[in-house]
Design a protein around this ligand. Sequence first.
Ligand code: SDX
Length: 383
Amino acid sequence: MLEDVQKGLEGVLVAESGLSSIDGDAGRLIYRGYDIETLAREATYEEVLYLLWHDELPTAEELEAFADSIAEERELSADVLETVRRLAASGEEPMAALRTAVSALSADEPEPDADPEDLDATLRKGRRITAKIPTILAAFERYRMDEAPVDPHPDLDLAENFLYMLTGEEPDDIAAETIDQALILHADHGLNASTFTSMVVASTMADVYSSVTAGIGALSGPLHGGANQDVMEMLIEVDESDRDPLDWVKNATDEGRRIPGFGHRVYNVKDPRAKILQARCKELSEANGDEKWYDYTTTIEEYLTEEQGLVEKGIAPNVDFYSGTVYYQLGIPVDMYTPIFAMSRVGGWVGHVLEYQEDNRLIRPRGRYTGPEEAEWVPIDER
Ligand code: SDX
């Protein structure tokens, strides 16, 4: 047994995986050997899903069949739609609503009794969940706006179909490309907290609905996926403060506030995904003729990096620092940003569940007991 406790499992190797690798010093991320920059530029989200789940890039025919197999599974049952409607009416937080709705999907699962060792069945279930998450989120938002849900568009791919179901209009090319690229960037990232959570559940041979539901719960926290929403709320606070962003961030850091979107357990330099999203943010700002949000974000980054010297300390912008301003300029509600993260990361969760269960071993670490060894029982009336 390892003697010293590694709190937070920091630096502890718990599994081998071929899905993705992060070089925290070089600021490099690869999915099955392909640089994230290449995938973001050349691939589609469906292509990346295929790569993560099938260990290689698809041919054109394989991709068409794979994309069709996802498109066929997008619809929600009347029961799940009613669950989503009630959650929206109750004012439920979107990530909590997603966690509940994904769990409710299992009641409609066509292969409920599939053998957990049957990884082909697990893949089909994971594909169903992945296909339905955009429909759940769009329906939730429509219900919140007192609008009827928009049915999935049969000819649009997963990412642009999400925007279509949100607004009822087909997105323009920039928006469609941007959201698809965002899903590629968030699809997988080693053994982050939510992926590891999914693996722990999978290691008990529980069903993939349980793994994904658990992953959603882990992702919702502000130290993990919730940071993208916190960054946008911070930028809105800057905007409403009528203070110069430089003045605002100086004051915030003087007050000891931890700026969301900065820092990472693995990256000691700027997250390569943040660089790509920053470029997207600039492109959208120029296309929209409003560079305010881009300027706020870069001003805060420059101050923390140069004045505060955070990057020297290995604290740099992560993926959440620019994703919010990209989504904001696409007109997506701020509290839907982490759900979009989940819409993408479900691909990584399912990929890691399949990979880990192929050579499964129950994940069960040890803890060092620090309580008394010999406690003497005292009857309650003598305590
Ligand atoms: C994601 O793991 C993944 O791969 C996650 C992710 C993925 O794709 O799945 O990349 C997505 O979750 C990105 C991270 C999103 N979270 C945030 O942006 C929240 C703000 N950042 C943090 O709270 C923090 O950086 C963590 C939680 C992300 C990482 O925390 P660690 O590794 O536990 O680091 P720590 O909290 O112990 O901080 C180490 C040092 C501390 O300084 P000292 O006390 O040692 O002097 O870095 C400092 C911290 O004070 N620090 C910050 C900071 N974050 C850490 N200082 C200023 N601002 C910050 N935001």
